[in-house]
Write a protein that binds this ligand. Structure first.
Ligand code: AVI
Length: 345
């Protein structure tokens, strides 16, 4: 049966991989326990950023995107609103759309509307670690005529099966500067894995925040309202709930640093006191010194030179970039070239 079979009428919604409202299954809990045992067992403690996005974490992230100091989402949305048609034309319809780290897909409607103006039917696959965010995305798009929404709960690059061919050119969206949450090696590994799964002529639209003054960057990640601090500390709440850990959230501060040499924002949870934590599920006891940090996220700020080098190393061809007037944020169209540099046409 073709995936296009159910294209008539308003958007359809099928959640592959997990149910929208379900509690984490055994496999998911095992992945959390393994990641925590690995990260907190190291001399320089760390937790992977994907742990931040449980149901409450996803809600808090949505609140972050509305904060006056968090300019990223607003700037990218304005860019998409101004240039969605050009971006779609440059990608080259007809297109099937996959979105990595879609979250609630609040900006994607702008691109989908531009595509639906150029093509009869559209299949859209939002991919995210958060089933609740995906359920919201699907609900918001449910009344869009001629659109089929097939959300996928997956963590990439480990799980890329959702990129299987759909019978038309694929456009992979990687918006919101999600690429900035991967270190350069991880970003290259991910883009290379995507390129290998895609076909010559398929395209990616990548949104990336640019390097700028720490006077602007730091408040974006340490807002006066304290929402980002709550978002950070929520990861400990998740570990208490899912792994039976005994973190006292009041004993941790949200700490944000600008690392100039690495061109990244670094986010830590810093222990306010010397303390011991027990995590029964992976069977771990940890000690934290007063002032000791747990790294929970980095957000790289990439200029076009570093980005272009990243794309080249991943075997992708940068075709076009769009920037806002302040040049704070860029959206880049890159394409999978034909093998051996042959022409696409
Ligand atoms: C999802 N990602 C692009 C956000 C960022 O800006 O790096 C995550 C975030 N963490 C704290 N605030 C926003």
């Amino acid at each position: 049966m073709s995936l296009l079979a159910d294209f008539d009428g308003p958007a359809t919604f099928a959640l592959d991989g997990a149910s929208a409202a379900a509690e984490p299954d055994v496999g998911a809990l095992r992945a959390v326990a393994a990641a925590v045992a690995d990260g907190l067992g190291r001399p320089r403690k760390r937790l992977p950023a994907w742990l931040l996005y449980d149901r409450r974490g996803s809600d808090l992230f949505e609140r972050i995107t509305d904060l006056p100091t968090y300019y990223l989402t607003r700037t990218e949305r304005a860019l998409l609103a101004a240039h969605a048609g050009e971006m779609i034309d440059a990608a080259g319809p007809p297109l099937g759309v996959v979105e990595l780290g879609a979250g609630t897909a609040s900006k994607t409607g702008l691109l989908l509307a531009a595509l639906l103006a150029r093509q009869e039917r559209v299949l859209y696959r939002p991919v995210d670690v958060s089933p609740t965010a995906l359920a919201q995305a699907a609900a918001d798009l449910a009344h869009t005529e001629r659109l089929t929404v097939r959300p996928v709960v997956a963590r990439y690059p480990d799980q890329l099966g959702f990129l299987d061919p759909v019978g038309e050119r694929r456009l992979v969206l990687f918006l919101g500067s999600n690429i900035g949450n991967f270190n350069p090696l991880e970003a290259r590994t991910l883009l290379t894995a995507l390129r290998r799964r895609l076909a010559a002529g398929d395209a990616l639209l990548i949104g990336a925040d640019r390097r700028k003054s720490p006077r602007i960057l730091l408040p974006a990640y340490d807002d006066p309202e304290g929402v980002t601090a709550e978002f950070s500390r929520n990861v400990l709440h998740r570990l208490n709930r899912e792994l039976g850990a005994d973190f006292d959230l009041d004993r941790f501060s949200h700490l944000v640093r600008w690392n100039q040499a690495a061109s990244r924002i670094e986010i830590y949870l810093q222990s306010r006191v010397a303390q011991r934590i027990s995590l029964p599920r992976p069977g771990l006891q940890i000690r934290l010194r007063e002032g000791e940090r747990i790294h929970i996220e980095s957000s790289y700020k990439l200029g076009i030179r570093r980005l272009a080098a990243l794309f080249t190393r991943a075997g992708l061809r940068l075709e076009r970039s769009w920037y806002d007037q302040r040049r704070w944020f860029g959206v880049h169209l890159v394409r999978v070239p034909p093998p051996n540099g042959r022409s696409l046409h």
